[in-house]
Design a protein around this ligand. Structure first.
Ligand code: UGA
Length: 261
């Protein structure tokens, strides 16, 4: 089975370290579990593909696709935007790439700034249709995870503190789970034709997508010890704000002057 990893990425000062960390986790996973094939699909939010990102992909030694999918400022959370979701167009382009590659397997959306235990990727290969598992540091809590009924072995709830019954318009946040907490099979993608919806309102992106895949939480396949092991974390690298660069700044005296926010 092919394990497709779809990663949107965009230019910022921490991009290299974030992508490099993900690259090395994926490389390690592919060495640990060489029976599976990791296919890394990197969607760069830029007008054209950069050499910097391509080099990281090439140095991984993994099979990869690298495409540019440029979002307008609509994607920026700070500017009141049409779609509030970062990485949306990139992930949908990644799904098209999966279909073009055409090999059966499992699809996981790995944002470039999260933290992943390399053992997660072997777990993902158990996904038959749509799987779910715990995400650390997610939704403003230590973790979000599904709850499994011990008698039936089925998911009976998703434990989340961040608006678990969040009403957006007339709709409920039925699957309160971060992007890092689920995976789907290529069969599920083909049969449901699921895509991320630009119309999804804030906080509803994952719920709307999962609603296209399954009708109820009980259909979700719990992974990672019934959602009790955390193998993915929703994290963000802090961006330092340097005022000057010594290479560009004459005598370099102001090199490390911090911008006060
Ligand atoms: C949360 C979720 O974890 C994301 O999966 C979801 O897309 C996002 O909310 C949302 O709905 O907007 P958050 O930390 O807010 O995550 O988002 P980021 O991690 O900053 O961005 C998600 C992905 O999109 C990253 O891989 C990032 O590099 C990429 N991105 C971000 C772009 O491709 N373009 C941008 O302008 C910003």
């Amino acid at each position: 089975r092919v394990l497709y990893i779809i990663t949107p990425t965009h230019k910022r000062i921490t991009q290299r370290v974030d992508l490099m960390r993900l690259q090395q986790t994926l490389t390690l996973a592919s060495l640990q579990y060489h029976h599976s094939l990791i296919y890394w699909i990197i969607l760069e939010d830029a007008p054209t593909c950069s050499h910097a990102v391509r080099n990281i992909a090439q140095e991984s030694g993994l099979y990869f696709a690298h495409k540019a999918v440029h979002s307008s400022d609509n994607n920026n959370k700070k500017k009141k935007k049409k779609t509030p979701h970062r990485g949306l167009a990139q992930r949908n382009a990644g799904l098209e790439t999966v279909l073009q590659v055409g090999k059966e397997g499992v699809i996981y959306f790995a944002d470039d700034d999260n933290g992943y235990d390399s053992r997660l990727f072997a777990e993902l290969l158990f996904t038959r249709h749509t799987s779910i598992f715990a995400v650390g540091l997610s939704g403003g809590a230590a973790y979000e995870r599904c709850h499994v009924d011990p008698t039936t072995g089925k998911v009976d709830a998703i434990l989340s503190t961040w608006k678990p019954k969040y009403n957006v318009g007339k709709r409920t946040r039925k699957f309160p789970m971060d992007m890092a907490g689920f995976a789907l099979s290529t069969t599920a993608l083909v049969t449901t034709k699921a895509r991320f919806r630009p119309q999804s309102t804030a906080g509803m992106l994952e719920t709307d997508f999962l609603s296209l895949l399954v009708a109820d939480v009980a259909e979700l396949e719990p992974l990672a010890a019934n959602c009790t092991r955390i193998l993915a974390w929703h994290v963000k690298t802090t961006e330092p704000q340097w005022a000057h660069n010594p290479e560009l700044d004459g005598d370099g005296t102001k090199t490390f002057a911090l911008i006060k926010s």
